[in-house]
Design a binder for this molecule. Sequence first.
Ligand SMILES: [Zn+2]
Length: 387
Amino acid sequence: MSTFSFRVTHTDGAARRGVLTTAHGVVETPAFMPVGTQGAVKGVTHRDLESLGAEILLSNTYHLYLRPGDDLIARRGGLHRFIGWSRPILTDSGGYQVFSLAARRTIDESGAHFRSHLDGSAHLLTPEKATDIQSQLGSDVAMVLDECMAYPAERDVARTSMERTLRWARRARDRFLTLQGASGSARSSAADGVLVTNPCQAQFGIVQGSIFPELREESARRTVDIGFEAYAIGGLSVGEPIDVMHEIVGRTARCLPPDRPRYLMGTGTPDDLIEAVARGVDMFDCVLPTRNARNGQLFTSEGRINIKNAQYAEDDRPPDPACDCYTCRNFSRSYLRHLFLAGEMNAATLNTLHNLSFYLDTLRRIREAIAFGQFESFRVEYVRRRQ
Ligand SMILES: [Zn+2]
């Protein structure tokens, strides 16, 4: 039934280049997924994203579940049709937002009890419920509900949490298989009233275990035993030292099947992406390029710049002379600073276009370097230019 597949086309050290195939098209990896929280990437249109070469979007289950609701989206034929995006979509489980946004949340074995940050209404997000919502949304990749732990955590606490995440993963997989089995060949059909708007949906498991290598290795092994289409590394970029993150990413990636994509959740800076690719990661998402753009921070080939700084008041250069995005081809730092200080909506749009272009172009160059067996020299040169 599933048309989901992944093929590694080139390797260079631990870095891999590959092609992810979904019912809504292919994604070249390593890939960066812009974050479209409410079914839109803030400040830019889908047309912009397509012209930037974005091949896959991430959307947030928590937000869409609360508003406008997954039932309403399912009745519109699923998320792709509702938001008018025909390329692949990955949805998160909603867990991270429950842990970070929702009010009065409590976690027990059943799931996460919380109150909506919008209207205070009470909800229970279980592993089954998170699977059902994503089935109704019809994303190409659904994520299991995992327990997001704060950093730092004691080893015993991390183990207890990891064990719960494994039990939740089993429940989420069972529910996913039931829904997919019930969907048959029809475009959509009901199982307990849940619509399967994308019968080709894949489900990724998530490895947890905080910063403890032996817990990460055990979590990876037992998550793979449950059996998912692919695997994500969760619970990093939560305040741990950068070298610890790199170490855990490397050790976890080595424990995951080489023929399945590996997704590092919620990370990070361009440097983090390069370091993670060097350790065998294939997929990324992060709010940094879009959120920072709205705050006036631009990623460039020579490091970050804050466009609001006075030093750019009469700077006629583009944000990044090495970039050929729409913003850099047409506008100066001086103008972008003016737009930002004036609170003009175009400031968010133009800054976001540049930052996303920078990220997507960095990934494009990474893929090229891997294909030519030059990833290591690319990595060294990248770091050198920014010092
Ligand atoms: Zn640019």
